[in-house]
Design a protein around this ligand. Structure first.
Ligand code: GUN
Length: 305
């Protein structure tokens, strides 16, 4: 079997187009949905994420502001900045890019974002709403995965779904969303015994633990739909060869940049045994950004629409 590639990029463009259309009447009334993305410190990957988020906003006609703060930012300074954004009428969504530098406790500051502006759905009030299946902002990555499954006509109800990873950002909310869609859900993690025997049971398998290509053939049930949330780097030519086989384009990217992206799923193995997989890049990543725009629009409509 050769797995079908699930084109996250195309679905993300579709969603972004819908957000753009839905925002138009609001913008004509003088209400432009606005996102503030707060980045503390100089993490190259985070900077790249924040840039692509603000760029996508602009393309959809939304207002966006990147708030770049130095690594030495104090608790008081970050709190003050978030309070200021909470108070601004032109800002509908506040995103605090994680991870924060070590001296800042993410819980304290995620709690400080007003729930009406909680574009990531990380505030405990939003988490409670998710658990109780009440309307509210949903974390963008798992929400994007749900949109992808829906738009690719992948049946969820009654299916066995297995998630590897139990983070607040992906694993836990993913489990809730799949449960609400009537999947039978198992969440695995670093202490799970005989992981492959559990993951093989997944008709839908979501990999979100942040380890390069760790999901090999023996982890994947024949015909599974595999969703790869991982975003890691292959750093040696041997790895690129192992992960991608004779994919010349990949090797060229690697030689040009000194590394290439790889997910948590071993791409060559998955191609041989899964029925469908999300590529990295071009799978889940673009969907996260599309859902961020959708959440910004929805928070705007709820607060001042
Ligand atoms: N860091 C990694 N993923 C995310 C995300 O979805 N939102 C935020 N705010 N930070 C992240």
């Amino acid at each position: 079997m050769t797995a079908r590639l699930l084109d996250g990029k195309r679905v993300a463009q579709e969603i972004q187009g819908e957000v753009k259309d839905a925002a138009k009447p609001l913008i004509e009334k003088g209400i432009t949905p606005g996102l503030a993305a707060v980045l503390v410190g100089v993490n190259a990957a985070s900077k790249l994420y924040v840039n692509s988020k603000t760029k996508a906003c602009q393309e959809a006609g939304l207002f966006s502001e990147a708030v770049l703060l130095p690594t030495e930012t104090t608790r008081e300074e970050l709190a003050k900045k978030l309070d200021e954004l909470n108070g601004r009428d032109d800002i509908d969504g506040i995103l605090l890019q994680l991870p924060l530098p070590d001296h800042l406790d993410s819980t304290e500051f995620l709690d400080r974002i007003h729930p009406s502006k909680d574009v990531d759905g990380f505030h405990p009030e939003s988490v409670g709403k998710l658990v109780q299946k009440r309307p509210g902002p949903r974390p963008c990555t798992p929400a994007g995965v749900m949109e992808l499954l829906r738009r690719e006509n992948i049946e969820i109800s009654g299916k066995r779904a297995v998630i590897v990873g139990r983070s607040d950002i992906v694993g836990k909310p993913m489990a809730m969303l799949l449960t609400h869609a009537n999947a039978t859900v198992t969440v695995c993690h670093s202490r799970t015994k005989d992981l492959p025997s559990v993951t093989r049971e997944g008709e839908i398998l979501v990999a979100a633990m942040g380890r390069a290509a760790i999901i090999r053939k023996e982890f994947i049930g024949p015909g599974a739909v595999v969703i790869d949330v991982g975003m890691n780097r292959a750093e040696t030519a041997e790895q690129v060869k192992d992960f991608f086989g004779d994919d010349e384009k990949r090797m060229a990217t690697f030689e040009r940049r000194g590394s290439t992206l790889v997910g948590d799923v071993h791409p060559k193995d998955a191609m041989e045994i899964a029925s469908a997989i999300t590529p990295v890049p071009g799978g889940v990543g673009p969907l996260t950004i599309a859902m961020l725009l959708k959440n910004t629009l929805e928070l705007c409509e709820a607060r001042r629409g």
